[in-house]
Design a protein around this ligand. Structure first.
Ligand code: PMP
Length: 369
């Protein structure tokens, strides 16, 4: 069955193969007589699902052994509180504000950290660029520095993570990689902690992935809820409380799907990254080569995952969206704070989906230009 192409920013499209396998296993997982939603999280069946998911993720993202992988609940916004509760040590924390999500994170951290220092922001440009790391005004002795490595709403991505040591800071780097996790490789030598909600690239909403360097554990503020204390979660291998079992299972199927991806001689994350680069290029080229469409983000930091764009004549927005829907191109409406359109082209979006979108964009332009 050819399903429509779904450009939602999240919850977002899941690979059809993953959904089909989940459907086939819904009533009886591997002869256990139970569906995954019905299993005890402490039973051998679910523990094997969880361990396999973690092993596959570690392999895919080359996560070094000194990092713990935690499967939590709460989503990205809860992590905005959980991170300072665990890592701020009641001291100063640094933030780089490059869009709506890092802005929200900084605001939430003010409740828990003694001081929040915005070391750089691109707000002046309406979040269409990234402030150069050499210009960041880093605090002395900050407990950590937070940035959002892909701003889902504004369509801005860090294509290289900053090397804080080289900038003279010993602070661990915290990244919110919710909307580009598993779309590209991660330079773990520059990262202390990464978190992300699952509902863009990994699976259903309700699962939050946290990858944290072990030396950062054990410093939570006394008020930190036990279920959100990273050390407690790590010591209990994500089973202190009941983890989001269904989300972990679907993410595990997605990791296996990712491991099967091939592009030429590449496989796994390298293959999907190559495909993501090609998809983004097709879309940005179509926008840039046209006098009808516009993307305002500086070329060096355009997101491969979330592509906001505008019709120069905004009176045609509704017609554009209606025509897209008729063609099976869904959820292209831009975020309310930015307007226009947004095409989110996560891992599950095939090249053919982006091709269908750019074909439609060219045709709409010819009809209306
Ligand atoms: N951070 C980023 C980068 C996001 O894109 C989102 C959700 N769109 C969030 C945080 C918030 O996630 P949640 O709704 O799961 O709390």
């Amino acid at each position: 069955m050819q399903r429509p192409y779904n450009f939602s920013a999240g919850p977002a499209a899941i690979p059809a193969e993953v959904l089909e396998q989940a459907a086939a296993e819904m009533l009886d997982w591997h002869g256990s007589g139970m569906g995954v939603m019905e299993m005890s999280h402490r039973g051998k069946e679910f523990i094997s699902i969880c361990e396999q998911a973690e092993a596959d993720l570690r392999e895919l993202l080359a996560i070094p052994p000194q990092f713990q992988v935690l499967f939590m609940q709460g989503g990205g916004l809860a992590e905005n509180a959980i991170v300072p509760l665990n890592l701020s040590r009641a001291g100063t924390v640094d933030f780089v504000v490059t869009g709506g999500w890092s802005q929200k994170s900084a605001k939430e951290a003010r409740k828990y950290a003694a001081e929040v220092n915005v070391v750089a922001t691109s707000e002046d440009s309406q979040f269409t660029t990234l402030p150069a790391p050499a210009q960041w005004q880093l605090s002395k002795g900050a407990s950590y520095l937070h940035l959002c490595s892909n701003e889902t709403i504004h369509g801005i991505e860090f294509h290289e993570l900053p090397d804080l040591k080289a900038l003279g800071s010993d602070a661990p780097l915290v990244i919110d990689f919710s909307s580009h996790v598993a779309s590209r490789s991660v330079d773990w030598s520059r990262v202390g902690l990464a978190f992300g909600g699952a509902q863009k690239n990994l699976g259903p909403a309700g699962l939050t992935l946290v990858v944290v360097r072990e030396d950062l554990l054990g410093h939570a503020l006394p008020i930190c809820p036990s279920a959100f204390n990273y050390q407690t979660v790590a010591e209990n291998r994500s089973m202190y409380n009941t983890p989001p079992t269904w989300g972990i299972y679907i993410a595990g199927l997605t990791f296996q799907w990712l491991k099967r991806q091939r592009e030429g001689s590449l496989s796994g994350i390298a293959a999907i990254e190559q495909r993501n680069i090609a998809k983004a290029q097709m879309l940005y080229d179509t926008i840039d080569q046209s006098a009808f469409y516009l993307n305002k983000v500086a070329a060096h930091c355009r997101s491969r995952m979330n592509v906001p764009f505008f019709l120069r004549d905004e009176s045609r927005n509704d017609a554009f969206l209606a025509g897209a829907k008729e063609r099976g191109l869904l959820q292209l409406k831009g975020h309310k704070s930015v307007g226009g359109m947004r095409a989110s082209i996560y891992n599950a979006m095939p090249i053919a989906g982006v091709q269908a979108l750019v074909d439609y964009m060219r045709e709409f332009e010819q009809r209306h230009a």
